[in-house]
Design a protein around this ligand. Structure first.
Ligand SMILES: C[S@@+](CC[C@H](N)C(=O)[O-])C[C@H]1O[C@@H](n2cnc3c(N)ncnc32)[C@H](O)[C@@H]1O
Length: 278
């Protein structure tokens, strides 16, 4: 047993050392950490840059803004932001997966101290870690009215309704009046059903709960799609005003997805929602 543990540690060290030059050359996190987000490094970089362009062009993101990244992952948005935010701007990101936060702290905060990363101790069926708090009761670790801009990229695709409603309310609380939120959701309605024939929601999210559907019954947070009316009501309930229209997601699109076929069927439903705290 001890020998097995030793071997595992040696293999881990070899792997981490082998990854270093690749990480340095590409400037992106190792594949094993970013695989669930964007397995191809050039795509990881390009989608981050595209999303930043969208924030600046359509949501008036400024270099001096205080930015919150909810479910920040492993720096897809933080990395391009390091070249956009100035010293009076700042970035805070949080995520439930500590290995992503560790990478970001070691590789981003180390050079950009106004970029901070936090582990959220929140339970989820996408994580094997024990956690204290449920998503519906999690309080973001920031004061009221702290941020000018918040982003939640493919986070609500991993939250059930109680969690979604709480996270939207916490976003409202921590945004300043006039602050903007960009979030992506898998959204369906009768029209999308007609517009994407051959990619019916039932196929990708077979478990139907009325206002939402899940891909896996036993792991509901693995992938979730929401009925559009439900999403709109949740924003109203949180006090956030949607800035029309709800658009196809600017950063992940089925055409550029590294994988093809059924694995990417959900991307046809991925939608970007801009909202404002009045
Ligand atoms: C598809 S990834 C997207 C990551 C990042 N937002 C991006 O756009 O590159 C979804 C992220 O949400 C995180 N996540 C899932 N549930 C969460 C929760 N309840 N609170 C915070 N983060 C969560 C996951 O760990 C994962 O890193």
């Amino acid at each position: 047993m001890v020998l097995q543990d030793d071997l595992r540690n040696v293999l881990k060290t070899v792997r981490n050392t082998a990854e270093l030059p690749v990480t340095r050359a590409t400037g992106v996190p190792p594949r094993r950490i970013r695989v669930g987000i964007s397995p191809a490094w050039f795509d990881f970089k390009q989608t981050g840059r595209d999303q930043l362009e969208f924030f600046v062009e359509l949501c008036a993101l400024r270099p001096t803004d205080r930015v919150l990244d909810i479910g920040c992952g492993v720096g897809r948005i933080a990395l391009p932001l390091t070249e956009y935010l100035d010293e009076s701007g700042s970035y805070d990101g949080f995520d439930i997966l500590p290995e992503m936060i560790d990478w970001c702290e070691a590789n981003i905060t180390a050079q950009h101290p106004n970029f901070r990363f936090h582990v959220a101790d929140v339970r989820s069926s996408i994580s094997a870690l024990e956690a204290e708090t449920e998503a519906w009761e999690y309080e973001f670790p920031f004061d009221d009215e702290t941020f000018d801009f918040a982003y939640a990229g493919s986070l609500f695709t991993h939250l059930t309704p109680e969690g979604t409603e709480n996270y939207l309310q916490e976003t409202f609380r921590t945004l300043k009046p006039g602050g903007r939120l960009v979030a992506t959701f898998n959204v369906f309605n009768r029209e999308t059903q007609r517009l994407v024939p051959g990619r019916r929601v039932e196929r990708y999210w077979p478990n139907d709960y009325g206002t939402y559907r899940t891909k896996e019954k036993d792991a509901p947070e693995s992938n979730i799609a929401y009925e559009e009316g439900y999403v709109r009501d949740a924003y109203v309930k949180a006090g956030l005003r949607i800035v029309e229209p709800i658009r196809p997601d600017a950063s992940y699109s089925p055409a550029r997805a590294p994988k093809r076929g059924d694995d990417t069927a959900n991307l046809w439903y991925s939608s970007g929602i801009i909202a404002i705290r009045p």
